[in-house]
Design a protein around this ligand. Structure first.
Ligand code: FAD
Ligand code: NAP
Length: 530
């Protein structure tokens, strides 16, 4: 066991872990970051599939804790591709000399709270036990691949890939018959790019997806310079919106305007591209009737692009638009006009299994040389539940969360003192631009840790009553929106056996930030210091 006690162990070196390390150092804390991967960047270290890029504009999908950093860094596209985002994470690590406190290629296996010493004992795959006063879980909301248990998958003789764990050297699909399972955000980005190279691409679709054009383009230097000249205004405007993204949330209701006015608004947003489409009207995620107008608009667009009416019909989603995460694409529908792309509807013809030479669905074998699983993630709780975390009285986190995650603010968990989660379940996290959301958490945690130190306390713990109230508030706001009504990963529906709880906080970024600030201002109301 390492004899020196650390002040803080941070798990994960994605954007959350890097920011936490930087902030903790500023407090003068002795910090170690433990990262399972061989480099920084988290999501952007692992998700190297063809076409991977952000869906929040690059100028916003970046840190703001350092004015010099945001002035110096140059983004080259409206939506940066994975290599550029990874290069940005690496630049941050180098610029702030972060790597010296990061232990790579090491996974945290367990963490147990020692009540007598008010410290965490953290074991890792490197065989060490670290002692630390505080633990910060920066383990990511979308960092554990969801790999469906398809019968016979192990027998497949070709290579298999998951988008969230892509080979670093890349994959050349030229001349190959490729099958891709899934049509979520990852698949929507990957399909057009794989279809360019593969001899044939077979897309196995369980649920048709809503996607909006990204209209990605180079970012001219003059445009980014104009933003940089007054970055603070853009950042402040974004923080006032529901999602923390600088998009215009129309206050008008879809059903209160004429059909022609509605169409004009949808067309304008379609032409602009981006996830702002779903903010076209205020009632789109409240009223099923309003939502149906936007859904029909997208279905009509599919019909305009996809030439084969039977394929267009199968590609047309029927669920609530925006309920599952809205996708952004570059040429997704068009791909299905290519003669080398086939769509297989596995909702109608479920996958019966995998054989040596392909996937069996709808009573036939689809011959394949390679399989891509674009089947998403065990989101929000997956990475935390995979660590054996024991709190007060030996209470296990996985046990506490057996019926779904329970947190106070998505930042702390009753029964687990001195442990914080960055963008944990119960925080706005995945419903927002993650970068400012991560920074807000990191700043809050740093201030809280400083407060504990200033008070001479050894321990801070969320009170069960405060946690219960937050969980109830989460459920109440979720019940008001259509977003909690479909089988999405927001409710854990993509992972068999996972409890159905709407996991992110859907009360809006500004409301949430205000709540966190008020709690801190009241001397950390709902927390117990000892
Ligand atoms: P991550 O980047 O997931 O990092 C967590 C790290 O923790 C990982 O490196 C992991 O290896 C490590 N880890 C986990 N468990 C352990 C353990 N037990 N021991 C050691 N290390 C561990 N969000 C947006 O706002 N805009 C976007 O455009 C956007 N695009 C995305 C595109 C893709 C393909 C995906 C998958 C997600 C996207 N997201 C986007 C969400 C994205 O996850 C966040 O924006 C952000 O990168 C999360 O950073 P993080 O540090 O919290 O988590
Ligand atoms: P996802 O949205 O969960 O999509 C997974 C896809 O796989 C869905 O189509 C799902 O079908 C299908 N699937 C899952 N299990 C299956 C099974 N057993 N059999 C058949 N099909 C199965 O995952 P993702 O596309 O990786 O995206 C996850 C999240 O990461 C996104 O929502 C987004 O937040 C983020 N992301 C963002 C971007 C971006 O544009 N910047 C890109 C990628 C990811 P069902 O719908 O029927 O479950």
């Amino acid at each position: 066991m390492s004899s020196d006690r650390l002040d803080m162990v941070v798990v994960g070196a994605g954007f959350a872990g890097l920011a936490m390390l930087h902030a903790a150092r500023a407090l003068g804390l002795a910090v170690r970051v433990v990262e399972a991967g061989g480099g920084v960047g988290g999501t952007w270290f692992w998700n190297r599939y063809p076409g991977a890029r952000c869906d929040v504009e690059s100028m916003e999908y970046s840190y703001q804790f350092s004015e010099a950093l945001q002035q110096d860094w140059v983004w080259h596209e409206r939506y940066a591709a994975q290599p550029e985002i990874l290069a940005y994470a690496e630049h941050v690590a180098d610029r702030f000399d972060l790597r010296r406190d990061i232990q790579f290629d090491t996974r945290v296996v367990s963490a147990a709270f020692d009540e007598d010493r008010s410290e965490w004992r953290v074991t890792t795959t490197a065989g060490e036990t670290l002692r630390t006063r505080f633990m910060v879980m920066a383990t990511g909301c979308l960092s554990v691949a969801n790999r469906p248990d398809l019968p016979g998958l192990g027998r497949f003789r070709g290579p298999r890939y998951h988008t969230g764990d892509w080979p670093h050297e890349g994959v050349d699909f030229s001349g190959l018959r490729v099958g891709i399972i899934g049509t979520g955000s990852s698949a929507v980005q990957a399909i057009p790019v794989i279809a360019e190279r593969a001899d044939h691409l077979t897309v196995f679709q369980r649920t048709a997806t809503y996607t909006v054009p990204a209209h990605n383009r180079p970012l001219p230097p003059a445009e980014s310079a104009a933003i940089k000249a007054d970055y603070a205004t853009l950042r402040a405007r974004a923080k006032r919106t529901f999602s923390g993204i600088d998009i215009v949330f129309n206050e008008a209701e879809a059903l209160a305007v004429t059909p022609a006015a509605r169409q004009r608004e949808y067309e304008a947003r379609w032409a602009q591209g981006g996830i702002g489409f779903i903010a076209a009207f205020a009632d789109l995620l409240r009223s099923a009737e309003a939502n149906a107008t936007a859904a029909q608009f997208v279905r009509d667009k599919i019909g305009e692009v996809v030439r084969d009416p039977a394929v267009a019909e199968r590609l047309a989603p029927r669920h609530v638009i925006g309920c599952k995460r809205l996708c952004l694409d570059t040429g997704y529908w068009r791909s299905f006009n290519q003669p080398n792309v086939t769509l297989v509807d596995i909702a109608e013809n479920p996958i019966a299994g995998v054989v040596e030479g392909g996937i069996v669905a709808g009573g036939r074998t689809w011959p394949l040389d390679a399989i891509v699983l674009a089947t998403g993630f065990d989101a929000m709780t997956g990475a935390l539940n995979r660590i054996d975390i024991g709190g007060i009285g030996g209470l296990k986190l996985a046990q506490k969360w057996a019926a779904g995650p329970r947190t106070y603010l998505g930042l702390a968990i009753a029964g687990f003192p001195n442990l914080f989660t960055v963008t944990g379940p119960g925080s706005p996290s995945v419903l927002t631009n993650m970068l400012p959301t991560i920074e807000q958490h990191v700043e809050w945690i740093a201030a809280c840790v400083a407060h504990v130190g200033a008070r001479g306390a050894r321990q801070i713990a969320a009170e069960p009553g405060a946690e219960d109230a937050w969980v109830a508030h989460n459920a109440e706001v979720a019940s008001r929106t259509l977003r909690s009504t479909c089988a999405s990963w927001y409710v854990g529906a993509n992972v068999p056996g996972k409890p159905r709880v709407f996991m992110p906080y859907i009360g809006g970024f500004p409301t949430y930030v205000k709540a966190c600030a008020a709690i801190a201002a009241e001397g950390y109301a709902g927390f117990h210091l000892s």
